[in-house]
Design a protein. Sequence first.
Length: 152
Amino acid sequence: MHISAKADYAARALVELACDIDRPLTCEAIASSQEIPFRFLKSVVGELRRAGLVRSQRGCEGGYWLTRPAAEITLLDVVRAVDGEVITLRGEPLSGLAYPAPAAGLPDVWRTVEEGAAAVLAGVTIAALLPSGAVRPAAEGPESGDRLAGVA
């Protein structure tokens, strides 16, 4: 089995964003904190934005925010946002995989593995990955309530 660097970096970036909900974080700050190559992270964060998991704010005070509480974002959301499928075989989804006999039962095993992996990933939220006490309370403001909900 293979966990892509994109999925790993995306999850780490979201955990970093969940830790500091007072202000947007730049890709530079996330890359430095998590020791992730900046250019690669910039691409990954773009995919997270297109998937609706983060939003961006331009300008000198700009950066990225989570679009919803960390307790509502699962690792399955993250993997699907950056990789599409949870598990592929030679880059192809398992859904249409079929083999001739005697190996005809093998694709069902691969699909079962994929279902199990998806279930594990769906059961872990970004909030669950935060160290105890890692989230700083948001400053009072019109958006602070929706970013804090479900994050503890």
